[in-house]
Design a protein around this ligand. Structure first.
Ligand code: NDP
Length: 326
């Protein structure tokens, strides 16, 4: 038997509770993992609260990230005792995920836990930190260097935002952090932000083009914010877009693209090929210190996951939350 957070749905709606389940309830897969830690991402919070259509079939164990130890393997790729990591691939959406003491998964989805991190540290980074790394790699791929100007990070206090600030600062960029929580300015400065702006400056409908303010951006907010970020990006700049915390819409014009040669680089972490994942985690190992991980993260037991998911969606969670399973 193992404990799992289970989301069930009936005529009265969605119900979430910790349940003790037998191993024969686990889905199909060639590797069974004893889960050490999982995390709460924005997507997990949407799944747990039912506030977004994340869960594609019920019952579902949420949790798009997990780190643990292989218990049983039907493939040569992994053997019992191996430390493994999983981010995305529809786990926690279409296939039972990480908010459980045990998971059965496809071996293709797993990568070895990077040497640089413990299971807890890898989950403190989680999909949010790994996506921030993918965003930074997208900016680099488009030729952005620190001498070209400031880089804006929106949703600064969130998981993606916090890691984007830390990574960019470590790489020598001057980082402007956009936040709705100016009271967290010290936290953002400690991560490496040099300037803090109020997110309201970006969240209302704006002009097609504005004075150029930054060479590039990591945007986890979408909607009017992303439109205004593009409008204020300098000639030849790049904006990596990965999120929709303000909204799924993009009420923009083509002006930044055709008049300033701005690039909008979309970033997806879920279906990312394995080689990119391994490279992103290798870079994270080089760039993120244990001290930064601790500053960004707090740990909770599985019992607190539902309450914390609700807080996360109303913007009351700073940084990252690790869910400890063992
Ligand atoms: P968090 O909830 O940790 O952070 C989101 C942050 O966005 C908040 O902390 C807040 O920052 C800001 N925010 C929240 N609501 C609004 C709003 N209405 N208007 C403007 N800003 C707002 O989430 P994550 O960092 O985990 O994820 C951020 C986004 O990225 C989500 O939309 C998520 O779905 C997406 N994502 C996408 C991935 C991909 O593969 N493309 C992978 C991971 C995440 P502050 O308080 O500082 O203003």
């Amino acid at each position: 038997m193992f404990n799992a957070l289970l989301i069930e749905k009936d005529d009265d709606g969605q119900h979430v509770a910790i349940q003790s389940l037998s191993d024969d309830r686990l889905p199909e897969g060639d590797v069974t993992v004893s889960v050490d830690c999982s995390t709460l991402n924005y997507k997990d919070a949407l799944a747990i609260t039912g506030k977004g259509p994340v869960v594609k079939q019920f019952p579902m164990v949420p949790g798009i990230d997990l780190a643990g130890t292989v218990e049983h393997s039907d493939t040569d790729a992994f053997k019992p005792g191996d430390a493994v990591l999983l981010n995305g691939w529809g786990v926690g959406e279409k296939h039972w995920g990480g908010l459980a003491e045990k998971a059965r998964l496809k071996s293709d989805w797993l990568i070895p836990l990077p040497d640089a991190f413990s299971a807890r540290q890898a989950m403190a980074i989680g999909t949010a930190g790994y996506t921030a790394m993918l965003c930074v790699m997208a900016l680099e791929r488009h030729g952005l260097t620190p001498d070209q100007g400031d880089i804006l990070v929106t949703g600064a206090n969130g998981g993606v935002g916090s890691y984007a600030i830390a990574l960019l600062a470590r790489l020598g960029f001057k980082v402007v952090a956009s936040t709705g929580r100016p009271q967290e300015a010290d936290y953002l400065r400690d991560l490496g932000a040099t300037t803090i702006i109020d997110r309201q400056e970006l969240s209302e409908p704006g002009k097609p083009l504005a004075s150029p303010c930054w060479a590039g951006a990591v945007d986890s907010v979408g909607s009017h914010t992303l439109a205004n970020v593009l409008a204020a990006t300098q000639y030849g700049g790049t904006v990596a877009a990965c999120g929709l915390a303000q909204g799924m819409d993009l009420p923009a014009t083509v002006a930044p693209f055709i008049l300033r040669g701005v690039t909008l680089a979309g970033v997806d972490s879920v279906m990312r090929p394995k080689a990119d994942r391994i490279e992103a985690w290798r870079r994270l190992g080089e760039l993120v210190s244990a001290k930064e991980i601790d500053a960004i993260t707090r740990a909770i037991p599985l019992e607190d996951a539902v309450e914390t998911a609700e807080q996360l969606l109303i913007g009351e969670v700073r940084g990252r939350v690790v869910v400890t399973l063992r």
